[in-house]
Design a protein. Structure first.
Length: 83
């Protein structure tokens, strides 16, 4: 027989579970459900393949040359602008 702590004359009916045991059981169920869901999700995905496309050296050299020329113009114009 389990009685209420606040009112010892009142009997508690049903199953009595300690809070720590309840939290431990919930934690174990949560971990197993997460593991099952993770495994099911990993089983359903397709293989992920990534492809790298090389755009060509000529285009990258042209871009570098244009950026360098723009930077040089900006640097040469700084003394004129800051005067």
């Amino acid at each position: 027989m389990i009685v209420d702590a606040d009112d010892p004359l009142t009997e508690i009916q049903g199953e009595f579970v300690w809070l720590e045991e309840h939290q431990r059981a919930i934690s174990a169920a949560r971990e197993s459900a997460y593991a099952e869901g993770y495994a099911a999700g990993r089983a359903t995905i397709d293989d992920v393949r990534m492809y790298v496309v090389h755009r060509g050296r000529r285009r990258s050299l042209l871009t570098i040359a244009m950026v360098s020329a723009l930077a040089l113009i900006v640097l040469l114009m700084l003394p004129v602008v800051l005067r």
